[in-house]
Design a protein around this ligand. Structure first.
Ligand code: ADP
Ligand code: MG
Length: 628
């Protein structure tokens, strides 16, 4: 028997391994199953190129928990190792790799989540085991080897009795890691990290019901048999060519990824590149709710079918992190911090590739089946609008397919909208005025008023729309957005036939002074305007600019709009052609005039949704008194 000391400078590396990787102990299983997979794939390669004549067969990797013996076994039928190879790969290379890794990352170890993503490999076994054995037989004629190490740098290495090819790793689980002796815990880990690994993984057996033999009686029980319980799907959809897959394969795979998701995805995007980087994957557009914080099913990142993380921040542009699916790339560096990742050239290329593919997919959906695209718009608009705001490249493409629905459900592209309104909705500088509502119910009376004048009113209700409008106003020439209850619509739009006022300038001035005195509120600016006599006598509007600033403050504009509290500012537009207004003007008793003005103002405020609390209660009381 050979004994020796592993050549390391640190006296005892194992306490270090435990300490620095505390939060990520569970990855030991991923690492060991990955090694078993690598060893099996190596053998597959060797047989395929004719290096060896051994029979590859149908290898599986088996994981076994021996709760009583406090052991976990990981058994493969791969290339195995000779004694010399154990010396070299386990004692020298793997160990120095582990040492180097720890040395490099012990300072940043607190930056959790980065450490433990590959690099420690085999030695991560010591995070959970007090003793590790390797029993291995090479695919060559060399005798089997048995390596044992109890966590100190000393090991033993001797010949062993094993005549089947492959490697068995035995972990003697430490006292503080007995959670890993629970079968349910191991199954959970296998499903989390190894669900799509390329070699079948066996974990126990399960009972399968067979079809009843012909002629069996009704009451005869169906025969059963014990079969291997295979944890993984070795050929997940993303590893196949798009031409091999049908629509139901994609929805089936979605179900496999997110078994708890009951909604069908809206559509998918198959990613597949091998130059200048390697990346495969499938992204899905889910139906999104406006509440983006509750999202827990996220895009999963894999490396060669091994699960790494579901935090793809920095790899996928932020607006696409709302999507679901899988990305698999060996070219994403993992032992680094997120900020480093964002500066990495390959990662930048990956991010812009994904953005481009998503834009192209949306564009072809728009072109090929516009009707369908319109039907889905409400569910996908958040992603698209957010993307237009945050990625210039995406904006350029999305500008051609982003939709602007009207209140009545017609969908325009920006170009179509411009064409549609240019005859009727320009201001005095020939700028196009795009009218919109953000809430169909709340702004109902304003919407109706605008529609009565033949204006197109859009329904733009996503929370980031104020930011997007700002962006469109600056990136396009000669357009501006105005909400239907913003500065009075008639003022915005150039009109050939202005109404003639029934009141003289003196009368208007007198009424204005009266109203100002009675309402005595600095937040209101009084505007006298000649409108159609059928329009409302009093209308409250809020300047577009002020309101939008307030909204942007609420939805966060990256500090840019954090400018303290915005003052309340409203216009009270008085229709000088309305009968009621003439009546108020000619009212002789001051008391009665005051009552009419107050009641009218309250009605205008009610219509704008500004009347609340005690004021509303008083208003209702007063109104009952009047109808009595
Ligand atoms: P890596 O997998 O990144 O090479 P590891 O520390 O995980 O690093 O493994 C070190 C080496 O030990 C592997 O490269 C391989 O040569 C050998 N090895 C580990 N596990 C097995 C196994 N199950 N079968 C054959 N060789 C193995
Ligand atoms: Mg490894």
């Amino acid at each position: 028997m050979a004994t020796g000391k592993i050549n390391v400078s640190v006296e005892n590396i194992f306490p270090l391994i435990k300490k620095f990787l505390y939060s990520d102990h569970e990855i030991f299983l991923r690492e060991l199953v990955s090694n078993a997979t690598d060893a099996t794939l190596k053998l597959k390669h060797l047989t395929s190129i004719g290096e060896t004549t051994v029979d590859y067969g149908n290898p599986v990797i088996e994981v076994k928990v021996d709760k009583e013996g406090k052991k976990i076994h990981i058994i493969d039928q791969g290339v195995g190792m000779t004694k010399e190879e154990v010396e070299k790969y386990i004692n020298d290379i793997a160990f120095s790799g582990a040492e180097e890794f720890l040395d490099k990352y012990k300072d940043s170890a607190k930056d959790s989540g980065i450490i433990g993503h590959f690099g420690l490999g085999f030695y991560s076994a010591f995070m959970v085991a007090e003793k590790v054995e390797i029993i291995t037989k090479s695919y060559t004629d060399a005798p089997a080897a048995h390596w044992t190490c109890d966590g100190s740098p000393s090991f033993t290495l001797e010949e062993a009795e094993k005549d089947t090819r492959g490697t068995e790793i035995i972990l003697h689980i430490a006292e503080d890691s007995t959670e890993f002796l629970e079968e349910s815990r191991i199954e959970e880990l296998l499903r989390k990290y190894n669900k799509f690994m390329p070699i079948p993984i066996k974990f126990g057996t399960r009972t399968e019901t067979l079809p009843k033999p012909e002629g069996a009686k009704e009451e005869d029980p169906a025969p059963t048999q014990e079969v291997d319980n295979i944890i993984n799907n070795p050929n997940p959809a993303w590893t196949k060519q798009p031409t091999e897959l049908k629509e139901e394969d994609y929805t089936g795979f979605y179900r496999e990824l997110y078994p708890m998701q009951f909604e069908e995805p809206l559509f998918h995007i198959h990613l597949n590149v091998d130059y200048p980087f390697n990346l495969t994957g499938i992204l899905y557009f889910p139906k999104l709710t406006n509440d983006l914080n509750t999202q827990k099913d996220r895009i999963q990142l894999y490396q060669n079918q091994v699960f790494v993380t579901d935090n793809v921040e920095g790899i996928v542009p932020e607006f696409l992190t709302m999507l679901r699916g899988v990305i698999d790339s060996p070219d994403i560096p993992l032992n680094v911090s997120r900020s480093y990742l964002q500066a990495d050239g390959a990662v930048k290329k990956i991010s812009s590739y994904i953005t481009r593919k998503v834009a192209d997919k949306l564009s072809s959906l728009f072109k090929n089946s516009r009707e369908d695209f319109e039907a889905k718009w409400n569910d996908i608009k958040i992603v698209i609008e957010y993307g237009m705001l945050s990625e210039e490249k995406f904006f350029e493409k999305a500008d051609k397919f982003a939709l602007y629905p009207t209140i009545d459900g017609t969908y325009y592209t920006f170009e179509e909208l411009q064409e549609k309104i240019k005859a009727n909705q320009t201001d005095k500088d020939d700028k196009l005025v795009i009218l919109y509502a953000s809430d169909k119910e709340e702004q109902h009376s304003y919407i109706e008023a605008a529609k009565a004048k033949g204006y197109e009113v859009l329904l733009l209700d996503s929370p980031i729309v104020p930011h997007l409008m700002q962006k469109l106003e600056t990136s396009k020439e000669n357009i501006s957005f105005a909400r239907v209850d913003a500065d009075h619509v008639d003022n915005l739009i150039k009109k050939e036939d202005t109404q003639i006022s029934k009141l003289s300038d003196e009368e208007k001035e007198a009424l204005k002074t009266d109203i100002e005195k009675i309402i005595n509120n600095k937040s209101y600016t009084i505007q006298m305007e000649a409108m159609d006599s059928s329009a409302s006598p009093f209308i409250i509007t809020e300047p577009e600019f002020m309101r939008r600033m307030k909204e942007m403050q609420q939805t966060g504009g990256g500090g840019m709009f954090a400018m303290g509290n915005m003052p309340e500012m409203y216009n009270l537009v008085v229709n000088t052609n309305h009968e009621l207004v003439s009546e108020i003007l000619s009212t002789k008793t001051a008391k009665k005039k005051e009552r009419l003005i107050n009641q009218s103002l309250d009605l205008a405020r009610l219509s704008k949704g500004l009347l609340k609390g005690e004021e509303l209660t008083n208003f209702i009381k007063r109104s009952y008194e009047m109808v009595k």
